[in-house]
Design a binder for this molecule. Structure first.
Ligand code: PBG
Length: 327
């Protein structure tokens, strides 16, 4: 070795020095836990393809929200599973629809102690499972969907939600939602835009969790996994339309996209570690093939390192608890 000897291993010699020089920390306050609530359930129900994740009853959702707050998570993202669906997804707009009722329940329980967010999309509420309303020939009608999103956003804000998360990938959705919220006096409600959302096979288990009716795919509105520059365009449009925060989804297979988005904008960037990312790790861990807790923390650290400040993850509550034990 040449002199002076550069020995990077000096900074890895024990846990204390590794902790001192660690460039990336995951903080519970930056984790958001997605939760599902199903209309009419009296007991929570397991989701087979998402071990450890539940379809909540209204009651168990309230308790889970309190537990999440106690664990110190930064937010809760709510998804509703209605008992019945129709062509236009009217259950998403109805103030008595399951998601709007659940928002009121959770806000009543936790108030401002964490950030309460809601998925703003029609796919859980439509009989055909698409994220929008359809034209007579079966295509997803962008602009008709925008008016539905606008009404849904106001219904969610009326229910008390802090942040809406438009996730349907319609063109102009952020602007339509922002204008509707403002016109209804909800200037304080933020928009977390699912700005970058790929047509991903990693959403499979989520579709079990919401009992999706979808046949076919979402490739006319969600993005082609091959494209990166397109994501930067999507993000620029959403920021121009008033997005307060932007999200990339899925997370781990798209860390290059997370990093590029982080470099391109100065609003907070979130990444959604989606159902298929969770399920693949859980399945391998259940077989004893990987060290579950270490893999969980490694994935979260990597998503954070790539530039996501906020991470949506089904492990949020457990990870928050693990992190608190550690420090
Ligand atoms: C749409 C929505 C989906 C997810 C979050 N919001 C499903 C889809 O686009 O098909 C997927 C989340 C996950 O896989 O964990 N409402």
């Amino acid at each position: 070795m040449s002199y002076p000897e550069i020995r990077p291993r000096r900074l890895r010699r024990n846990a204390a020095v590794r902790r001192l020089v660690s460039e990336t920390r995951v903080d519970p306050a930056e984790l958001v836990v997605p939760m599902f609530v199903k209309e009419g359930l009296t007991e929570p129900r397991a989701v087979a393809s998402l071990p450890g994740v539940l379809q909540h009853s209204r009651d168990s959702l309230r308790k889970a929200a309190v537990e999440a707050v106690q664990a110190g998570v930064g937010g809760i993202m709510l998804f509703g599973v209605p008992a019945s669906r129709d062509e236009t997804g009217s259950g998403g707009i109805d103030p008595d629809g399951i998601l709007n009722v659940a928002i009121r329940d959770v806000i009543a329980e936790v108030g401002d102690a964490t950030v309460v967010m809601s998925d703003l999309c029609l796919d859980e509420f439509t009989s055909h499972g698409h994220c929008g309303v359809l034209t007579p020939d079966g295509a997803v009608d962008n602009d008709a969907t925008l008016s539905a999103y606008a009404r849904m956003a106001v219904a969610q804000a009326d229910a008390g939600v802090h942040v809406v998360g438009p996730s349907g990938m319609m063109d102009g959705q952020v602007g339509a939602v922002r204008r509707a919220l403002d016109a209804a006096g909800h200037q304080d409600v933020s928009v977390l835009a699912y700005a970058v959302k790929y047509a991903s096979a990693f959403f499979g288990p989520f579709r079990d969790a919401v009992e999706s009716a979808l046949e076919g795919d979402r490739r006319t509105y969600q993005q082609d996994p091959a494209n990166l520059r397109e994501s930067l365009r999507e993000v620029a449009l959403d920021v121009a339309e008033g997005a307060d925060m932007v999200m990339v989804k899925p997370a781990l297979p798209y860390l290059d996209v997370v990093a590029a988005v982080r470099a391109a904008v100065d609003v907070p960037v979130a990444a959604y570690q989606v159902s298929g990312e969770y399920a693949t790790v859980e399945a391998a861990a259940a077989n004893g093939w990987i060290d579950r807790e270490r893999v969980i923390m490694e994935t979260l650290t990597s998503i954070r390192r790539a530039g996501a400040q906020i991470i949506l993850t089904y492990w949020a509550v457990e990870a928050a608890q693990l992190l608190r034990q550690r420090y």
